[in-house]
Design a protein around this ligand. Structure first.
Ligand code: UT7
Length: 326
């Protein structure tokens, strides 16, 4: 297997900030409830006709600049998203257009909040073929356009944003030490955007019933998330013959701070090693891992040889974990 390196990371969130206090004026909620139950204080949301690829393009430019590369140096673009610009073309095609490049393979990954980890594993496999060298892997989401802003159970949770990294072939000894991906479609109904696909095409009725928005049985999802995140982390630590003590940085998907804390307790990971962004960004499905990675990287918190642990859980259900040697 060829070794791989993360040679650049990047982020972009839209400028508009929606605080919990703003939400108090929109639905029957309180800053105290949202902070206490989820850890979210504010989130960024898009305005006007801004779409997911617009955020992905900006995050990609940031990651390319960090890597010292131009868009023309990319060999593949992989965009993980649950909120594509259009059913087709893919958000990756729109991102490619936004970056002003052509003639390379580009595609989306549909694994909701686990999408970035799925995309990363695919990128590693493509690099291993020897055919591709520089791959953009990004998570990008515009959740604000698919939540029901009258449903306090869901609208307070999510935010918009994109994170990206450039994965490249290397002769060094960095790369994936252990990884695990899983899914269980039998419980998919617990977190679903029911309408707009071929099962329930868009109609006046689906729009009237707000079936194009997030429908979640939060308490059930919470239980699965804690169990699965903890189980996935334990699995990759065991596979790599490591313990939480060996990990320099933990970068989890962040649907709820309480899920992250519970996962940390289960695997003896101190919260001090965790890159937390949910307070500022909310749950930004496929983007939360690359956003949290970029936040830690730009603060100079990762050095060569450090072991970084990723873990995710999301709609599908999908999940995964990975230990990466920086
Ligand atoms: O990203 C992918 C996966 N997503 C997740 O992993 C999300 C998992 N689920 C969760 O994070 C949590 O279940 C939520 C944050 C969604 C909800 O927290 P909870 O502690 O499970 O609350 P709950 O749903 O059990 O609701 C408790 C109470 C209810 O009132 P009653 O029935 O006890 O009177 C809700 O109606 O809190 C009420 N409630 C709210 N109150 C104020 C629900 N949403 C709100 C709100 N403001 N925004």
């Amino acid at each position: 297997m060829r070794k791989l390196k993360i040679i650049g990371t990047g982020s972009y969130v839209p400028p508009k900030v929606l605080t919990n206090f703003d939400l108090e004026k929109m639905v029957d909620t309180s800053d105290e409830w949202i902070r206490g139950r989820t850890g979210v204080k504010e989130r960024h949301i898009v305005e006007g006709n801004t779409a997911t690829s617009d955020l992905a393009v900006e995050a990609a430019k940031d990651a390319l600049s960090d890597a010292g590369l131009k868009a023309q140096d990319l060999d593949v673009i992989i965009i993980a998203t649950a909120t594509p610009d259009t059913a087709y073309p893919s958000t990756a095609c729109w991102t490619q257009k936004g970056l002003g490049i052509k003639d390379i393979p580009v595609f989306d990954i549909g694994a909701a909040c686990s999408g970035f980890l799925y995309g990363f594993e695919v990128a590693a496999s493509l690099i291993a073929t020897g055919k591709y060298n520089n791959i953009l892997v990004s998570g990008a989401e515009v959740m604000s356009k698919v939540v029901d802003w009258e449903d306090r159970n869901t609208c307070v949770l999510f935010g918009d944003g994109a994170g990206a990294c450039i994965v490249a072939a290397t002769d060094g000894d960095s790369g994936i030490l252990a990884s695990y991906l899983g899914a269980d479609g039998t419980i998919g109904h617990l977190l679903v955007q029911p309408a707009g696909g071929t099962r329930m095409p868009a109609s006046h009725e689906t729009v009237d019933k707000k079936l194009h928005t997030v429908h979640m049985q939060g308490r059930e999802v919470f239980k699965y998330a804690v169990r699965t995140m903890g189980g996935s982390v334990a699995k990759v630590l065991k596979e790599a013959n490591l313990t939480a003590e060996d990990i320099a940085l933990y970068v989890p998907h962040q649907a709820n701070l309480r899920i992250v804390e519970a996962t940390c307790r289960r695997v003896n990971m101190p919260m001090s090693k965790t890159s937390v962004i949910i307070d500022k960004y909310g749950n930004v499905p496929a983007s939360s891992i690359p956003l949290a990675l970029d936040a830690a990287n730009k603060k100079g918190k990762i050095k060569s040889g450090d072991l970084v642990l990723f873990s995710a859980f999301g709609a599908g259900f999908t999940w995964g974990a990975m230990i990466f040697k920086w």
